[in-house]
Design a protein around this ligand. Structure first.
Ligand SMILES: Cc1cn([C@H]2C[C@H](O)[C@@H](COP(=O)(O)OP(=O)(O)O[C@H]3O[C@@H](C)C(=O)[C@@H](O)[C@H]3O)O2)c(=O)[nH]c1=O
Length: 181
C-alpha cells in the first residue's frame, strides 16, 4: 500500500500494490502496522456497502458530531465516483476547504478520511458500489450534513446532479459563524 497525503492534513489517498498472476490479482487493503504509521490507531467497528444505480447521483455531504466523530475509509469496487471530503475541524488551517478525487474499481484507490470531515460522492457511471469502514457506530442522533452545493464550499461536481435523497436536499446551508465540529 502507498499512502499519499492529500492537501487536507491527515487525510490520505491509498493505492494498492496488487500481486498479479494469470489467475488475477491479490492485494492487501488494511494492515494495522502500516496504518499506525499514518496515526491510525482506532478499530474499524462498522463496515457498510452501498450501490447507487444512476450516474450523476450525489450522496452527501455527511458526518457525525462529537462524541461520535469518526474516521472513514472508502473504496469503490464497481464503477467510478468523484469522492469529496470537506475539512470541518475547528481551528484547522484548511477549515472549510474541500478535496475531490476519482475512486474507481479500475484505479482501486481508497480515501482515508479523518475525524472532523464531511464526506460525499457523485457517481460517474451507473451502478457504482462503495465500501465504507467506520471507527464509530451509526448514531442517528449524531448525524449531520452539509448541502452538496453550499456556496461557502463551492464544490466543483463534475456532472449535473440526477438524484439526491430527500435528506440530502434538506441539510442546512453553512453560515459565516460556523466554527466547525
Ligand atoms: C449511514 C447508515 C444508514 N443506515 C440506514 C439509515 C437509512 O434508513 C438508510 C439509508 O441511509 P442514508 O440515506 O443516510 O444513506 P447514505 O445517504 O448513503 O449515507 C452514506 O452517505 C455517504 C456519503 C457516507 O459517507 C456514509 O457514511 C453514509 O452517511 O440506511 C444505517 O442503518 N446505518 C448506517 O451506517
Amino acid at each position: 500500500m502507498n499512502f499519499t497525503p492529500t492537501p487536507l492534513s491527515s487525510s490520505y489517498l491509498i493505492d494498492l500494490n496488487p500481486f498479479q498472476d494469470e489467475r488475477g490479482w491479490f492485494a492487501r487493503y488494511f494492515s494495522k502496522d502500516l496504518f499506525e504509521q499514518i496515526g491510525h490507531t482506532k478499530e474499524w467497528v462498522q463496515m457498510n456497502h452501498s450501490v447507487t444505480y444512476k450516474k450523476g447521483t450525489i450522496r452527501g455531504m455527511h458526518f457525525q458530531v462529537k462524541p461520535y466523530r469518526e474516521v472513514k475509509m472508502v473504496r469503490c469496487i464497481a464503477g467510478s465516483v468523484y469522492d469529496v471530503i470537506v475539512d470541518l475541524r475547528e481551528g484547522s488551517p484548511t477549515f472549510l476547504q474541500w478535496y475531490g478525487v476519482e475512486l474507481s474499481a479500475a484505479n482501486r484507490r481508497m480515501l482515508y478520511i479523518p475525524e472532523g470531515f464531511a464526506h460525499g460522492f457523485q457517481c460517474l457511471a451507473d451502478n457504482c458500489e462503495l465500501l465504507y469502514h467506520h471507527t464509530e457506530f451509526y448514531t442517528p442522533a449524531a448525524e449531520a450534513g452539509l448541502r452538496y452545493n453550499d456556496p461557502l464550499l463551492n464544490i466543483a461536481w463534475p456532472l449535473p446532479v440526477t438524484l439526491l435523497s430527500p435528506r440530502d436536499e434538506k441539510h442546512p446551508y453553512l453560515t459565516e459563524d460556523f466554527k466547525g465540529i
